[in-house]
Design a binder for this molecule. Structure first.
Ligand code: C2G
Length: 129
């Protein structure tokens, strides 16, 4: 079984999230998502509208997602990859280069982001009314 992992906050789920989850899954048979906890969001200087437990349930309802684990620190990726026997690590290319150090233990792939959509944009557009 070829296992894939990706990480993120996945708040206010949108097509950009679905696209990367779908493409990440296409590289293997089993997709693990490291979902940022509310505490880790603070470390990332992000706040999410939906709390962790709800974001987790939403992700678990997506057909491409096989398992959701908490992402609570930057440093956990190597352990996650080893412990979950991950073959490929996938992130959007806004992170290009940031995780190349993982290439010693798994394949690292950066995929083009979906243009024109982001959680921040959604929030700002809704504010404008
Ligand atoms: N994404 C995308 N296209 C968009 C928006 C997001 O492909 N229009 C991708 C991002 O590149 C990321 C994933 O969707 O790979 C999740 O995005 P976020 O929830 O914003 O994740 P982020 O805050 O970047 O957290 O340790 C890694 C971090 O947890 C990543």
């Amino acid at each position: 079984m070829k296992k894939i992992i990706t990480y993120g906050t996945f708040d206010l789920l949108h097509i950009g999230h679905i696209n990367i989850l779908k493409r990440a899954k296409s590289f293997g048979d089993y997709l693990v998502v490291g979902l940022s906890t509310d505490g880790f969001n603070t470390i990332k200087h992000k706040s999410s509208y939906h709390r962790y437990e709800d974001r987790k349930k939403i992700l678990e309802a997506i057909r491409y997602v096989d398992e959701v684990i908490p992402e609570s620190m930057w440093e956990q990726k190597e352990d996650d990859i080893v412990n979950h026997k991950i073959d490929t690590f996938v992130m959007g290319d806004d992170w290009k280069g940031e995780f190349d150090y993982l290439s010693s233990i798994c394949k690292v792939r950066y995929l083009p982001r979906t243009d024109g959509i982001s959680t921040t944009k959604t929030k700002n557009d809704l504010k404008k009314g």
